[in-house]
Design a protein around this ligand. Sequence first.
Ligand code: NAD
Length: 356
Amino acid sequence: MGVFNALAFDEHEHLVFGCDHDTGLRAIIAVHDTTLGPAVGGCRMYPYGSDEEALDDVLRLSRGMTYKSALAGLPLGGGKSVIIGNPATDKSPALFQAMGRFVDSLGGRYVAAEDSGTSVADLHLMAAATDHVTGIGTTEHGGDPSPNTALGVFVAIKAALSHRLGGDELKGIRVAVQGLGHVGFHLASLLRGEGARVLAADINEGNLERAVQELGVEPVSQDEILFADVDVLAPCALGGALNSETIPRLRAGIVAGAANNQLREPGDGARLVDRGILYCPDFLINAGGIIDVHYQRMGLDRADLTTHIEGIGDRLLEVLRRADGCHSPTQSIAEALARELLNHRSRVGADKRLVA
Ligand code: NAD
């Protein structure tokens, strides 16, 4: 398996493989960049089909975290971890304690948070073995950051609508939500709250039924949701929803969702441009959760949190305006902007250190 020359490797600072015989833990921690601070990122649990698949996922997610935190104006680097296993059948307290010891072995360069397949309860188990876990606060608004991830995506949808249609009114707007988990459910709730029509699908029937009953979303089959006749498509399940097979069949004019790595391969950004579809880069608009986690971790005033998350809308508009002028994929423009911010802030930091 090639690692250093893999496209997703992109000069990661650390890539560590962990194995624990007693608990069956097999995990990877990737630290992409710590220029701006410790690499804070989710710990995902997923039954990957192969080690290569797990490696590619953790590298892409980790790099995305570097860009996400830079664009969100956070003093954090980018990192991520994955546990290879089925969250429905393979979890045990001992497994998460072993994962905690693995995280601890990096001495704080990587700080773990909740992600797909892991819960706040799992992170509490990890925290028994390491201090380098975050997003497990028990204050009124502490703990699960997913509602704030949903808020960031919601703000982004409104910004994209105003960019494309000249107004952000949601009444009469149709949105297709793929995945009604921690983020998708809250997003659907916010959208319904402002009068949008929400079509939704989930492979978990219980999650779909709950959203139908409690929010009045209209159920759609999981095979059709990406191709629904809507204004906005919000992928909120797993990555890779946008690819050479699905993009030609999309009917939405705007794609804005929470899922990480929505583009399966780099060329998918250009495919969306060719179809005239306005794509809101995932790592830019799903930053509400990491912003929340940062506020929890540093004990910052939560009164400022909503304003910080609403800044996602302005950052997105900056990217969309740049994209208007040059016909490049929004993903590439957002990545370039993140690198600009990273370079600028590391230069400012170096200057300050020189003066000191
Ligand atoms: P989750 O596991 O709680 O929810 C995902 C939902 O998608 C589940 O209900 C699952 O049944 C459903 N699903 C999976 N495959 C599907 C398919 N093919 N069709 C329809 N539904 C499907 O995860 P989450 O925390 O809501 O996160 C969703 C996405 O957003 C993930 O990609 C995650 O990495 C990303 N994300 C989450 C956060 C956060 O704060 N939770 C932050 C940033 C990014």
